[in-house]
Design a protein around this ligand. Structure first.
Ligand SMILES: [Fe+2]
Length: 187
């Protein structure tokens, strides 16, 4: 059975190792072989339907993630590596790269599901996610730093594509714009 405290302790050791990302990937892959066990333990550890930090220090964040159906995120970065494991649902990732003129272009699109395995984002990754309309997403994220306190992150304004400092209230405004844009496209 998945042991959350032991997983956190192993992640704390992993981020001090020579290969933090590879070691955390191995821990997540091992844990997700018993996905039902992980699901049950996380449901007990954090309120349902909530993004909940399970552990954070300056080198590590372990986050239980819940994202509602139909959610679209603005484009953003993290400035630290991330390992993503999906427990339920589906998450479409748009990965961007910077262009010579200072803009962004989509580099690739990846659909993540419980079956696609542990997915990693590099520390310099820029991405946006989209959750399909029929079901919410839940998962486990492990970050190579304290994502809850990281400053100097960026988000991109969906209307102007301007890079702006990442602030929670601004992100929520961007989400509303994106939702309106999608409704307009659908009608
Ligand atoms: Fe993200």
């Amino acid at each position: 059975m998945f042991d959350l405290q032991r997983f956190i302790d192993d992640c704390k050791a992993a981020v001090q190792s020579d290969d933090p990302q590879g070691t955390v990937r191995g821990l997540m892959e091992a844990a997700f072989r018993d996905r039902e066990g992980v699901r049950q333990v996380l449901a007990d550890a954090a309120p349902a339907k909530d993004v909940a930090p399970l552990y954070a220090d300056e080198n590590l964040t372990v986050l239980r993630v819940f994202t509602p159906a139909n959610f679209i995120s603005p484009i953003h970065n993290h400035l630290m590596w991330v390992m993503i494991g999906i427990l339920d649902g589906e998450e479409k990732n748009y990965l961007y790269r910077r262009t010579a003129d200072g803009g962004l272009e989509v580099e690739r699109e990846v659909v993540l599901t419980p079956e696609t395995g542990i997915f990693s984002l590099r520390a310099d990754a820029i991405h946006a996610i989209e959750i399909p309309p029929d079901r919410p997403l839940s998962g486990l994220h492990v970050y190579g730093g304290n994502i809850l306190q990281r400053s100097s992150r960026s988000a991109w304004d969906p209307e102007t594509m301007e890079e702006v400092p990442y602030r929670y209230e601004r992100l929520m405004d961007f989400c509303k714009v994106l939702t309106r844009q999608r409704q307009a496209q659908a009608s």
